[in-house]
Design a protein around this ligand. Structure first.
Ligand code: ADP
Ligand code: MG
Length: 713
C-alpha cells in the first residue's frame, strides 16, 4: 500500500542557533525518526524544546547543522534554491500558530497566492472547492480581519491544502484558539491526514492523545519517547521524487498588487514623502528649466508660438567680441550678404532697403495719427516669394518699376484712416478700393517717384498677438508702444514690394544726391522664411553666436535677428544672465534634497510587510519573486513621482512664463520644461531608490523565511 511507504527519514538531525557573543543554543540534538506517507503525527514537548525548529527545518524554512533529512528519497540538504522553492510550494503546506494571512487581501486571494506562485490555472474552482472542504464556502470575498480566530485558522489550512501538498506542517495550530474551535481545527486536520502526512507540533497532550496516530515527545532537542516508531521492514521506501520541475514565479499582476500593498502600507507617510519629494522635484524642474534659459531657444519658441512668417537678420558692429551691446548697425554690404547667405540654412534669403521710403501718413486722411506704422522700406516680390512664405496675394504681381504691392497690414491703415492723394479723399473698404491708387516717395527729396498699387499681400500678421491694438487710437501701454516701434523698424509686414530687379534702382535713385560707393548695393536687412517646425530654424537663429571680423581691423560684427520678438526677448535676457547661475545653484540644491528624500523613504519602506514576504516565501515564492515585488513597488512609486513632478513642473514653467511675459506686456515662451529635466528627475529618483533599497533588500533576501515571519530580521 502506497500509504505505508516511508516519506520522511530524519537521521541524527542537529540544529544550533549561534547567538551574539559566541553563545550557542542547541535546539535539536541528534534527532532521528521516520515518518510515513499519511497519518497524523504529533511532536509534543514543553516550550523551548525545539518543536518549531524541527518543523521549520523539515519545511525548508531554515537550515540545519548536522545529520540528514531525506524526503521521498531525496536529501533536502543538497537542494538548489529553485528545488527548495518548489519543495516548499508543492510538497509542504504550512499552518502557523499566529495566523499568517495577508491582511490586505480577501480570503480567496490569500488562498490564490499559493496557486499563483505555481502558476496554476483553474484557480477559482480550486479555491472554491478547498473553501468548501474547510466549510468556508461563503467567505471567499471576506477580508481576514472580519473572521474569527477559528475561521482564520481554517483559511490558513485551506491555503496549505489548495496546492495539494504531500505534507502539512502545523505549528501549534490551535494555540490561539479556544478549546471548542481547537477541536474543530484538529478534526479538519485529522480528516486530511487520511491521505496526507500531517505533522502537528503542540504542547497539548490531551489533543495529541485524542487525535494523534503517533506521538513523538521532545525534550531539550532530543527525542524522549515515540509512541509507535517505524521499524525497518515495516514500510517500503518512497520512490525518488523530483523537485524543481514545473513553472513557478508570481504572475505580474500579483507582483504589482503586492508591491502596491507595500507602497501604501503607511499611507500618511507615503503622502508626506510624495509631497516633500514633489516640492523638491518641482522646484528642481522649474529652476533647472530657468538655469537652461537660452536666448536663442526662447526666441525660436516665441517666434514659433506666434507663427512669425520670417526671420530677419541685421548686422551690428561691436567693440568687444563677447558683448551684446552694439556700437551700431550700418546695414549690410554685398559681401556681408554673401557671408550671411552661406551661414543661413535656408533656400532663400531676401533683402530689404529701408531708406527714403514714402510715409504712409502722407496718404491717409488722418495725418496726425501716430499710433500706426509707416512703411518700413522696399523689397522685391515674385511668385516664389508668395509661395515660400505662405502668403496670399490679391491682385497682381508688379511687373514694372512703377508698380508695387502693399501688404494687408498697411491696407488696414488705409481702411481705418482713408486714402488721400493730397487732392481728394477716398474711403477704403475692400482691397479693390486701394488697388490703382498711387503713392509717391514724398515731397522732400530730389527724386519724386510714383508707384501704382497693383496688389495686396497678406503677410499673416497676427494682430491678436498685439492685443488687437494696431491702428487704434486708444491708449496703449508703454511696453506695447515700445514693441510697436521695434516692429515698425524691423518688420516685413509693412514693406513696399517692387517688381524683381528694382531694389537697386530704388537705392540708387533715392541716393543719387549722395551717390557714393558706400551706398551701392546697400541692404538694410535680409530675411528668410521661418518655419517653426523646421529644425534648421534654430540653427539659423544661432548665427547670432558667431562673431565676425568687421573688416576694419578694429571692430567685430555679428548678424543678429531683428524684430519686436528679438527686442522682447532681450528685455529679459539681461536679467536672465544674473538669474541663470542663481537658478543653477537652486536646482543643484533641490535635486540633492530630492535624492535624499527618496533615498530616506525607499530605505524605510522596505521594512514594511516583511512578515507577509516571509509568508510568501514559506509558500514557495522565490527570491526572484521578492525582487520583482520590490521592483514593482518602487517602480510604481518612481513612475508616479516623476510623472507628477513632470506635470507640476511643466505647469510651473507655464505659470512662470506667463508671469514674466505679463511684465513684458505680451506672451512669450522664455523657458521650457524639456526632456532634460525629465531625464534628470527620472535618473535621480531611480538612482536614489536603488541606493536606498539595495542593502535592505539583500538582507531581506538572505533572511530565512522563519525569521521574517517572526519579525526577527
Ligand atoms: P519550541 O517551538 O519547542 O518552543 P523552538 O524550536 O522555538 O522551541 O526553540 C528551541 C530553542 O532554540 C529555544 O531555546 C529557543 O530559545 C531557541 N531558538 C529558537 N529560535 C531561535 C533563533 N532564531 N535564534 C536563537 N535561538 C533560537
Ligand atoms: Mg514553538
Amino acid at each position: 500500500m502506497a500509504n505505508n511507504e516511508t516519506l520522511i527519514e530524519v537521521k541524527n538531525l542537529t540544529k544550533i542557533y549561534k547567538l551574539k557573543k559566541r553563545a550557542k543554543v542547541t535546539a535539536l540534538n541528534g534527532v532521528s525518526f521516520d515518518l510515513p506517507k499519511s497519518g497524523m503525527v504529533f511532536f509534543l514537548g514543553k516550550s523551548g524544546c525545539g518543536k518549531s525548529t524541527l518543523l521549520n527545518v523539515l519545511g525548508g524554512l531554515d537550515s540545519f547543522d548536522g545529520g540528514e533529512i531525506i524526503v521521498g528519497g531525496r536529501s533536502i540538504k543538497n537542494f538548489t534554491s529553485k528545488e527548495s522553492d518548489t519543495y516548499r510550494n508543492e510538497y509542504i503546506g504550512f499552518v502557523f500558530q499566529e495566523n499568517n494571512l495577508l491582511d490586505g487581501y480577501t480570503v480567496a486571494q490569500n488562498i490564490g497566492f499559493a496557486l499563483d506562485i505555481k502558476k496554476q490555472s483553474g484557480y477559482d474552482d480550486k479555491v472554491n472547492s478547498v473553501l468548501e472542504s474547510v466549510d468556508l464556502k461563503d467567505f471567499a470575498d471576506r477580508k481576514p480581519d472580519s473572521l474569527s480566530g477559528g475561521q482564520k485558522q481554517r483559511v490558513v489550512i485551506a491555503r496549505a491544502l489548495v496546492k495539494n501538498p504531500e505534507i502539512i506542517l502545523a505549528d501549534e495550530p490551535t494555540g490561539a484558539l479556544d478549546s471548542d474551535t481547537g477541536e474543530e481545527v484538529f478534526n479538519l486536520l485529522k480528516e486530511i491526514s487520511k491521505n496526507k502526512l500531517v505533522i502537528v507540533v503542540s504542547h497539548d497532550r490531551l489533543s495529541a492523545q485524542k487525535f494523534g496516530d503517533r506521538i513523538i515527545e521532545l525534550k531539550d532537542g532530543k527525542i524522549l519517547s515515540d509512541s509507535s516508531p517505524l521499524t525497518d521492514g515495516d514500510y517500503g521506501k518512497a520512490e525518488n521524487i523530483s523537485f524543481g520541475g514545473g513553472k513557478s514565479g508570481l504572475p505580474a499582476k500579483r507582483v504589482c498588487s503586492f508591491g502596491f500593498g507595500i507602497l501604501i502600507a503607511k499611507p500618511i507617510r507615503l503622502a508626506f514623502c510624495v509631497l516633500i519629494c514633489l516640492i523638491a522635484f518641482v522646484s528642481f524642474g522649474v529652476s533647472d528649466a530657468f538655469s537652461c534659459y537660452d536666448r536663442q531657444v526662447a526666441l525660436w519658441q516665441t517666434m514659433k508660438e506666434y507663427s512669425t512668417p520670417c526671420i530677419i537678420y541685421e548686422k551690428y558692429n561691436y567693440e568687444y567680441k563677447d558683448t551684446y551691446n552694439p556700437i551700431g548697425n550700418f546695414g549690410l554690404k554685398r559681401s556681408d550678404y554673401e557671408v550671411l547667405k552661406s551661414e543661413v540654412k535656408s533656400s532663400r534669403l531676401d533683402i530689404a532697403y529701408l531708406g527714403h521710403c514714402p510715409d504712409i501718413r502722407e496718404y491717409t486722411v488722418n495725418k496726425n495719427s501716430d499710433t500706426f506704422f509707416s512703411f518700413t522700406g522696399f523689397s522685391e516680390i515674385d511668385k516664389s516669394l508668395v509661395d515660400d512664405y505662405g502668403y496670399t496675394l490679391y491682385g497682381k504681381l508688379p511687373t514694372s518699376y512703377d508698380e508695387v504691392v502693399l501688404t494687408k497690414f498697411t491696407f488696414n491703415a488705409f481702411k481705418k484712416y482713408g486714402y488721400t492723394d493730397g487732392v481728394s479723399n477716398k474711403q477704403i473698404n475692400v482691397y479693390d478700393d486701394l488697388i490703382g491708387c498711387v503713392i509717391t516717395n514724398g515731397y522732400d527729396i530730389y527724386h519724386v517717384e510714383s508707384f501704382k498699387i497693383v496688389g495686396i499681400l497678406d503677410t499673416l500678421f497676427d494682430e491678436e498677438y498685439y492685443g488687437g491694438h494696431i491702428y487704434r487710437d486708444e491708449d496703449v501701454s508703454d511696453v506695447v508702444v515700445s514693441r510697436y516701434n521695434h516692429l515698425k523698424r524691423n518688420c516685413t509686414h509693412n514693406l513696399i514690394y517692387l517688381a524683381p530687379g528694382y531694389h537697386e534702382n530704388v537705392v540708387l535713385n533715392f541716393w543719387e544726391w549722395e551717390n557714393n560707393e558706400e551706398n551701392h548695393g546697400r541692404i538694410d536687412f535680409a530675411y528668410c522664411p521661418f518655419k517653426g517646425s523646421d529644425s534648421s530654424t534654430l540653427s539659423n537663429i544661432r548665427l547670432e553666436e558667431k562673431v565676425y571680423d568687421a573688416g576694419d581691423g578694429i571692430h567685430y560684427s555679428r548678424f543678429r535677428t531683428a524684430g519686436d520678438i528679438t527686442y522682447l526677448i532681450d528685455q529679459v535676457n539681461y536679467e536672465m544672465r544674473f538669474l541663470k547661475p542663481l537658478f543653477f545653484w537652486i536646482s543643484l540644491g533641490t535635486i540633492i534634497l530630492s535624492a535624499l528624500f527618496v533615498l530616506y523613504y525607499s530605505s524605510g519602506v522596505i521594512a514594511e510587510k516583511k512578515r507577509d514576504l516571509g509568508v510568501l516565501r514559506a509558500m514557495g515564492a522565490s527570491r526572484a519573486d521578492v525582487i520583482k515585488i520590490y521592483i514593482a513597488q518602487n517602480g510604481i512609486f518612481v513612475v508616479s513621482l516623476v510623472l507628477l513632478a513632470t506635470i507640476f513642473s511643466a505647469v510651473g514653467v507655464v505659470i512662470v512664463n506667463a508671469n514674466l511675459a505679463a511684465t513684458l506686456g505680451v506672451s512669450a515662451v522664455l523657458v521650457s520644461y524639456t526632456i532634460r529635466q525629465f531625464a534628470i528627475l527620472a535618473a535621480i529618483a531611480v538612482g536614489a531608490v536603488v541606493v536606498g533599497i539595495i542593502i535592505p533588500l539583500i538582507k531581506l533576501l538572505c533572511a530565512k523565511p522563519v525569521d521574517l515571519i517572526a519579525g526577527r530580521k
